[in-house]
Design a protein around this ligand. Structure first.
Ligand SMILES: *Cc1c(COP(=O)(O)O)cnc(C)c1O
Length: 481
């Protein structure tokens, strides 16, 4: 228990507060119950059947400190006598609040389909089911049921990735950043990694190619210029210390105009000739041709494999639409080298990720309708007429719910894919615009964020917008408090 300074004993409070106040304050301070007395109060005893004793005691102390501060700062002085019931009420409210999770559902009306801050890809129903199955029960994660002996945790993921990309072998780690790190470390530790200057990208969240190469234990050897790099630049840089040629898909920006890079096939030819492996970081990496959905083209993993890359890395939770993970596909020799690296063990995936990734990849292998079954692809390919119909419904419901102080309208907008995929391409969408005479866009945005579930829109040109592309049910856009 903290030190109590009785009011009236010469503190600042006695000199600045009138006498009847200090008297009340000291009587209030004296009325503060002890932790033991609180714990035997029926309210706290009930709480003890739901919560551990340490946790309840900790909250009791925190609430008592708060009550003491309230009294000393004059906030409880005119509130009547301090009762144990009132303190216990505060404690149980605090215990209830502490039970609700920090991670909660949010409605993504931001217009960015793969929003890193909002957890990127929404999993397919089959992937969610698969996670539930393995989360709550034991599973044959590393157990071969036919043989009754140890198995490999990623054998099915490997079968699916190799089938979908034509690679010889595959493995998976926690994210693509880890995939690049463990790839560089396995192929080129203590050696040089040659990268075009135009591909020394920063992806955000502190992923920078030069840093990853350094942390991978290799030395970066930059070649070419920002806008142009030629095969001869690579050829001249290869020497006895070269360990790897690394090609990076510049996912989140584009160099246009007088620019050129060296196609992967040429790097592979050069690498073969000089005995140097070639790795490509594809970033998003698509398993299906996005142009068949009428979307801008994103490089296919299978194209990089066909072009002869020794190792290709890509994210599981970008365009693929699966769980956060980094997939590594390539030749058996190099994938085995990566798998045997202790760093791989340090960044391996857990059973829930493996289950979700497996289920997502199985959709790619077997579904007759990917755009229906993979939510990311569904949002990307959603017909504008369908978006417009939901926007119209949402407009009506929001106008009704918000009342006369607000103006609600539907307008044309542009959605982004996000997570660095297809950075300058946007998709036509419909947005619900919400304006008010008394509240600015910031305050309206905060009001929607304070709803439960929270609704995250965006502010563009001073207007608050809700992008309907990722909204399947118009009711989701009506804030509930
Ligand atoms: C997104 C991206 C990464 C990082 O992938 P994470 O899965 O987010 O770790 C690495 N390289 C490129 C080119 C990317 O686009």
């Amino acid at each position: 228990m903290g030190e109590q300074t009785p009011a009236g004993s010469g503190g600042i409070l006695t000199r600045t507060q009138p006498d009847h106040h200090t008297a009340t304050m000291s009587s209030l301070l004296r009325a503060i119950p002890s932790v033991d007395r609180l714990l035997s109060h029926p309210g706290c005893r009930a709480a003890l059947s739901l919560h551990g004793r340490d946790h309840v005691t900790h909250i009791c102390r925190a609430v008592l400190d708060e009550v003491r501060r309230d009294i000393q700062e004059g906030r409880l002085v005119d509130a009547g006598p301090l009762t144990d019931d009132a303190v216990v009420e505060r404690i149980t409210a605090r215990l209830d609040a502490a039970r609700s999770p920090h991670l909660v559902r949010v409605i993504n009306a931001s217009g960015t389909i793969l929003h890193t801050n909002l957890g990127r890809a929404v999993l397919a129903a089959a992937a969610v089911d698969a996670v539930l199955q393995v989360a709550a029960q034991p599973t044959n994660l590393e157990y071969d049921l036919a043989k009754g002996s140890r198995g490999r945790r990623e054998s099915e993921v490997e079968r699916l990735v190799t089938a979908l990309t034509r690679a010889e072998a595959a493995t998976v780690v926690n994210n693509n950043a880890a995939a690049v790190l463990v790839g560089v470390n396995s192929l080129a530790a203590g050696k040089e990694v040659i990268v075009s200057r135009g591909e020394l990208v920063e992806i955000g969240g502190a992923f920078r190619i030069p840093d990853i190469v350094a942390r991978g234990g290799a030395t970066l050897r930059e070649v070419g210029t920002t806008n142009r790099t030629h095969a001869s630049d690579f050829a001249q840089a290869i020497g006895p210390h070269t360990g790897l040629i690394l090609k990076v898909h510049t996912s989140n920006y584009r160099i246009v105009g007088f620019s050129s890079d060296v196609p992967l096939a040429e790097l592979v030819a050069l690498g073969r000739q000089r005995g140097v492996p070639v790795m490509e970081d594809l970033g998003s990496g698509a398993l299906v041709d996005m142009s068949t959905f009428g979307l801008p083209r994103e490089p296919l993993v299978s194209e990089s494999i066909d072009a002869g890359a020794d190792v290709v890395t890509f994210s599981g939770d970008k365009l693929l639409g699966g769980p956060q993970s980094g997939v590594i596909a390539g030749t058996a020799t190099w994938v085995n080298a990566i798998r045997e690296n202790p760093l791989h063990r340090a960044v391996r995936c857990d059973k829930m990720t493996i289950a979700a990734l497996e289920a997502t990849l199985r959709i790619y292998e077997q579904s007759p309708d990917l755009a229906r079954d993979v939510p990311t692809l569904r949002f990307l390919t959603r017909p504008l007429a369908e978006i417009a119909a939901v926007a119209e419904q949402a407009r009506g419901r929001l106008a009704l719910a918000l009342g006369s102080g607000f103006r609600v309208a539907v307008d044309d907008g542009a959605s982004q894919i996000g997570s660095g995929a297809l950075p300058i391409d946007s998709l036509p969408t419909k947005v619900v615009v919400i304006a008010s005479d008394t509240m600015g866009a910031d305050r309206i945005a905060a009001y929607f964020r304070s709803a439960r579930p929270a609704i995250v829109g965006r502010i563009k040109d001073g207007r608050f917008l809700l992008d309907v592309r990722t909204i399947l049910d118009a009711g989701d856009l009506v804030p509930q408090h």
